[in-house]
Design a protein around this ligand. Structure first.
Ligand SMILES: Cc1cc2nc3c(=O)[nH]c(=O)nc-3n(C[C@H](O)[C@H](O)[C@H](O)COP(=O)(O)OP(=O)(O)OC[C@H]3O[C@@H](n4cnc5c(N)ncnc54)[C@H](O)[C@@H]3O)c2cc1C
Length: 464
């Protein structure tokens, strides 16, 4: 397996990047700084959130650390700008698998942490007046297989009887009412609870604008080629040499916010964070259409691995992601793939007529696929993100491996990383779920759950 998964130079244009911000191609200085207290690699949701929280947590009256953000392509041009925008916590699905394998306390930590994002981000967006279409609504997880619905129900009941508090928020709708409740043809059950949707590119660019105005040096179009230990630099504490084609930066601390592309710089993650290609589309609805207006977000779930997710937008368009059934049969299409420069042709065909096929009253809607794009997710082999100090690499940190599910994990995880970086706080004191801690034991783990979640196998670990 190659570890040369650097961001492709020519990622295709997703809908979310059609209104580029003035910082999209920003370079704070013409040349790279020679030294920086902290270098963050990656300017997506993770990198921008980390920079924001580091500055927030710097004690007032102290000089903030110098921070440089190095981004291979444009600002926020990776998965964050290519996703479904679904801020949907998992409070009962993969959480039931976690409970079975790691116990109810660990499962409840994950569920509570994810659920907290929905309102933490809402409050943050409202307080800071961020224009990013953040909407809190109900997610409707629509079940299209009775067997799978029963399996989920069993897991849910076990979570409740074992006292998993966050799961209580989920409400089940049974077969009799499922189709009328969801408006989805053939629905045999639904699960509903609070979730959000967001224009993540706009959120991230707001964070970048804020931190750049506070002195952070943002350098787009600057791929990092290598990170090695350093003994040079003016400070005796200088540790890391961050190399790019535009020069080298000596940094005291380095933070990898590189998600799918992590193994290119940290090869020890090669078997633990795998680039996985996914796809989304935007379905447009003509103004004269009489199709019912969608106000909730949806997941349409046919089984453990085959599902789509939908977020409706104020202009009535709908962003739909998934389409796995159209391309999962050929691993070369999606597994260990970091090229986001072209569409998955089978997915394009799959999205055609999607609303007409699946939603009651949409048959004559004239809804049409207006744009399809791909993006690269960082799937972790055990299903949990890697967060914290990189094992054996002092002053190197990681926040990556979100398995297509980073929206309800990253913002508060970045707050935790900032505590570790600014305040030397131990992972265990950050409040982050214990299972998210990166560790040598996780790196040494041989098992890979990603392919177990495919057709003919057990449950999928991706949780959108
Ligand atoms: C098609 C698709 C649909 C998705 N839908 C959802 C969804 O609806 N809900 C959800 O929760 N999650 C979803 N996800 C996942 C979610 O988008 C990610 O978990 C999240 O955006 C990860 O953020 P990040 O900052 O870690 O990664 P990214 O946004 O990928 O940022 C990493 C950045 O690092 C840069 N980088 C990497 N290597 C280097 C290097 N060597 N030098 C310099 N820069 C480098 C990259 O260019 C990139 O900009 C989806 C993802 C995809 C692809």
């Amino acid at each position: 397996m190659s570890s040369e998964h650097f961001p492709a130079p020519n990622g295709m244009l997703p809908y979310w990047r059609t209104e580029p911000h003035r910082l999209d191609n920003h370079r704070s200085t013409e040349a790279l700084p020679k030294e920086s207290d902290i270098v963050i690699v990656g300017a997506g949701y993770a990198g921008s959130s980390i920079a924001y929280h580091i500055l927030e947590q710097t004690p007032s009256g102290s000089k903030p650390p110098s921070i440089t953000i190095l981004e291979a392509r444009q600002a926020c041009s990776g998965a964050t700008a290519r996703n479904g925008g679904h801020m949907k916590p998992d409070i009962y699905n993969f959480v039931a698998t976690i409970e079975a394998e790691h116990g109810v306390e660990a499962a409840a930590e994950v569920a509570a942490f994810e659920a907290k994002h929905v309102y933490a981000v809402k409050d943050f967006v409202e307080n800071k007046k961020i224009d990013c279409d953040y909407t809190v609504t109900k997610a409707i997880d629509v079940q299209l297989s009775s067997d799978h619905f029963q399996k989920l129900k069993n897991g849910y009941e076990r979570l409740l009887s074992n006292g998993c508090e966050p799961t209580k928020q989920a409400r089940f709708v049974n077969a009799k009412d499922a189709e009328s409740f969801s408006g989805v043809k053939g629905a045999v059950g639904c699960v509903t609870y609070d979730a959000g949707s967001i224009w993540a590119y706009k959120f991230v660019l707001h964070l970048l604008e804020k931190v750049v105005s506070q002195g952070v040096n943002l350098q787009t179009h600057t791929p990092v080629s290598k990170i090695t230990k350093s003994t040079n630099g003016s400070s005796s504490a200088a540790r890391w040499k961050v190399e790019t084609a535009r020069g080298t930066i000596i940094a005291r601390k380095v933070i990898l916010a590189t998600n799918a592309y992590t193994s290119a710089l940290a090869p020890q993650y090669q078997n633990n964070i795998i680039p996985v290609r996914g796809t989304c589309c935007r379905i447009a609805v003509p103004p004269a259409s009489t199709a019912p207006r969608l106000t909730c977000t949806y997941t349409l779930r046919w089984n453990g691995w085959d599902y789509d997710y939908l977020i409706p937008r104020a202009d009535r368009s709908i962003v739909v992601g998934g389409a796995r059934t159209a391309f999962i049969h050929d691993l070369n299409n999606w597994y260990n793939v970091s090229d986001d420069s072209r569409v998955l042709e089978d997915a394009v065909r799959y999205f055609d007529g999607y609303m007409q096929r699946n939603f009651v009253g949409w048959e004559d809607s004239n809804a049409y696929t207006d744009r399809v794009w791909t993006g690269i997710m960082g799937y972790s082999s055990d299903g949990f993100p890697h967060i914290g100090s990189v094992p054996g690499q002092e002053d190197q940190f990681i926040l990556a491996g979100f398995t297509g599910h980073g929206m309800p994990q990253i913002f508060l995880a970045a707050e935790g990383i900032a505590k570790m970086v600014v305040g030397d706080v131990a992972f265990e004191e950050t409040g982050l779920p214990r299972l998210f801690k990166t560790s040598q034991a996780r790196l040494d783990r041989q098992e890979n759950n990603i392919l177990k979640g495919g057709p003919g196998n057990g449950s999928s670990q991706a949780k959108l």
